[in-house]
Design a protein around this ligand. Sequence first.
Ligand code: PRP
Ligand code: ADE
Length: 179
Amino acid sequence: MDTAAYLRSHIRTVPDWPAPGVQFRDITPLLQDPKVFRVLIDAFVHRYMDRALRPDVVAGLDARGFIIGSVVAYELGVGFVPIRKKGKLPFTTVEETYELEYGSATVELHTDAVKPGDRVLLIDDLIATGGTMMAGKKLLEKLGATVMEGAAIVTLPELGGEQRLRSAGLPLYTLVSFD
Ligand code: PRP
Ligand code: ADE
């Protein structure tokens, strides 16, 4: 079995959660099994260890992007910065409001999280409409950083996020696709 199929077989689909009509792609089984978790993290680390793609900083999106992003940053030997839902960060912040597949949200980033010119890898667990990753990209760019790539375990191309992000000039690296 190739890596994508192996990872896919460990993602659980929960119908009608958190709202009717949503097929929720649950990544917790990927994290629960240490062998699978290692395959998952290594898939990102191998790509971003490459000299040309090695970021200065990894930014993770609240909340599941923290689980993957912080481990990838640790393995790459670079810093990790959290992009959090509004009201959680204690220092001065920049903020962005965006629409989700189910509802809307505002995310924040500390103003000293990145420096102008930093090359940032932006990580989340999943891309649906792309709103969350787009908001993260805008926050990092407000502080003068460049988002070199967006990475996620799962993409849901039918919801349009992948196309929207690529059209906005963000290269993407995803491991599993659900149509
Ligand atoms: C989920 C997921 C992504 C986002 C993707 O997070 O973890 O962050 O939705 O959707 P989008 O591409 O349409 O923006 P959610 O907002 O449910 O928050 P959580 O991580 O706190 O569960
Ligand atoms: N975030 C937005 N849509 C989602 C989905 N279908 N499954 C898991 N997380 C999501």
